[in-house]
Design a protein around this ligand. Structure first.
Ligand code: TMP
Ligand code: ASP
Length: 234
């Protein structure tokens, strides 16, 4: 499958058209940003690792009945994906307090939550992806009520599936972000699922094996991503 016209470049990925109007090539870069791109850097080999980790997780979720945009791996940094229209709403699920939730509500990092929290953010870099509610989504017509329901149900199911998946690898899924797209009239999971978009803590030690190592300057970033990759592909 040949790369044709570049149609999108984001902070971590580039999308290219292919000979098929239904399919795109998703290319993973090493660029890393945090705090709405106020902090910038690169993580050596991140694109390669996130491509492979995402592929594994999409394959797992697909096999468990979650429709995803993933078709197949093409190369070290490229995967073939279905061409979707991204719903401009990011979905975050949290099992323990960390990151922006800890800051928002002054909760200690790692505090257990009585039940998972589902948050929506408006996908708009210019505004720093602000948190919104279902009412904003409806009022701004970002998605229909039926789509919000489907997206929420998929996100909750993905949390159950991925929490179990990672726990078997001795990793605790603290929180994660998902993006969905419209494809042939249906909602499917899109974007990527990687240590850029999930918080993963090693069970027992609590060691952070995700992008917080970059956000918080904890060092050994590449090693952390490599550790996740080797557990996921083992
Ligand atoms: P947060 O605590 O910074 O809001 O992040 C929650 C989860 O969402 C965390 O696993 C990282 C992920 N995330 C992204 O994938 N992209 C983003 O732009 C942000 C802010 C968070
Ligand atoms: N990727 C986001 C940004 O650049 C935020 C993050 O992951 O912390 O702003």
């Amino acid at each position: 499958m040949k790369k044709l016209k570049q149609i999108y470049e984001g902070k971590a990925k580039i999308l290219y058209e292919t000979e098929s109007p239904e399919l795109l090539i998703q290319y993973f870069k090493d660029d890393a940003t945090a705090f709405n791109a106020k902090k910038k850097g690169t993580i050596s080999q991140k694109g390669v690792m996130n491509n492979k980790i995402s592929a594994k997780i999409f394959e797992f979720l697909q096999a468990q009945g979650i429709p995803t945009h993933f078709e197949k791996l093409l190369s070290e940094r490229e995967m073939l994906v279905k061409r979707v229209a991204i719903v401009p709403v990011e979905v975050i699920i949290r099992n323990k307090a960390a990151g922006s939730l800890s800051r928002l509500l002054d909760l200690p990092e790692g505090k257990k939550l009585a039940c998972p929290i589902l948050e929506f953010c408006y996908k708009e870099d210019r505004l720093g992806d602000p948190m919104i509610t279902e009412y904003h989504i409806r009022a701004l017509e970002l998605a229909t009520d039926e789509e919000i329901k489907t997206i929420s149900q998929y996100a909750i199911k993905v949390n159950e599936l991925m929490s179990r998946f990672f726990l078997k690898l001795n990793l605790e899924l603290i929180d994660f972000k998902l993006e969905f797209g419209r494809y042939q009239g249906k909602i499917i999971l899109a974007d990527e699922i990687s240590p850029d978009t999930c918080r993963l803590w090693e069970v027992g030690t609590g060691k952070k094996l995700d992008k917080d190592r970059f956000r918080q300057d904890l060092g050994n970033i590449e090693e952390a991503y490599q550790e996740v990759l080797s557990r996921v592909t083992k």
